[in-house]
Design a protein around this ligand. Structure first.
Ligand code: AMP
Length: 264
């Protein structure tokens, strides 16, 4: 391969949707070549999580990637990526809260595989979605701490027309639960308005949002206003921050977020 060509890289777990394709389109615009990985990373799933039933459709993914002009789809086997490997990339700090607290080992699994993929693909730029906000911060920390030569690009969340953040896991929702799912983003939007205009009313609004979600049938895992630097709880609208949420609808765990001041 001509080494003067820039490579844009989009790591995914497959079951591709428009959100993934938007990352690929951005990479196409900004690089000579675009590489997409499709790898359902066993290291990032907990023992009681959905690794075995995670949707897989490599042929469909390859044709979707091709339809937006992706040059290479890299789909290694689990064995290729994990065999005989005893090294882990453990990022500190931002991994300790929220997803990291609830999913022990998850971010070490993500960081280890993303570091390996960076070394295999050697991209100039790599594209990640803000949909997984904490993952963005973890990868940014890893790249800084390990002096990895890659330019990270974080891309806005692509949503369904009713506001639900696109996710491969939305396929798990029954039609009835799928109808309820947009309430998560609606409540985040309601809280955003409060944070931006009446931050001293936030606690009341948070309680309202939590109750509204329970009434819709959600089981809330967390719903908080956090610093975009540290992910610690904040009540300050004058610093980059985000509303972050995780909740269950039936057995399906949904996550979503809204950033309040864009620092990307
Ligand atoms: P996944 O296949 O779920 O691991 O996602 C692969 C990449 O696509 C990650 O960087 C995700 O943050 C990103 N992504 C997933 N869903 C969306 C979405 N709705 N909008 C934008 N990016 C997304």
């Amino acid at each position: 391969m001509d080494s003067s060509k820039t490579i844009g890289f989009v790591p995914t777990m497959g079951a591709l949707h428009q959100g993934h394709l938007d990352l690929m389109r951005r990479s196409r615009e900004e690089n000579d070549l675009t590489v997409v990985s499709v790898f359902v990373n066993p290291l990032q799933f907990g023992p009681r999580e959905d690794f075995s039933r995670y949707p897989r459709n490599l042929a469909g993914d390859a044709s979707l990637a091709e339809s937006v002009g992706v040059d290479i789809v890299f789909a290694p086997t689990a064995d290729t990526m994990t065999r005989e490997s005893t090294t882990q990339v453990v990022v500190g700090g931002v991994t300790e809260l929220w997803e990291g607290e609830r999913r022990p080992g998850h971010f070490a699994g993500v960081a280890t595989i993303v570091a390996k993929l960076f070394n295999i693909v050697r991209p100039a730029r790599a594209y990640f979605g803000w949909k997984d906000l904490q993952q963005c911060l973890v990868i940014r920390r890893m790249v800084r701490d390990l002096n990895i030569l890659v330019d990270l690009k974080f891309i806005e969340t692509t949503r369904e027309p009713d506001g639900l953040a696109m996710s491969s896991r939305n396929a798990y929702l029954s039609p009835e639960l799928r109808q309820k799912a947009p309430a998560l983003f609606r409540n985040l939007e309601m809280l955003r308005e409060v944070c931006e205009n009446r931050p001293n009313e936030f606690e009341n609004a948070l309680e309202l949002a939590q109750n509204a979600l329970v009434a819709e049938g959600f089981r809330s895992d967390y719903l908080e206003w956090v610093s975009l630097e540290t992910l610690a709880i904040t009540r300050r609208a004058d610093e980059p921050s985000a509303l972050i949420a995780a909740c269950y609808l039936g057995d399906t765990r949904l996550i979503d977020n809204i950033r309040l001041r864009n620092d990307s």
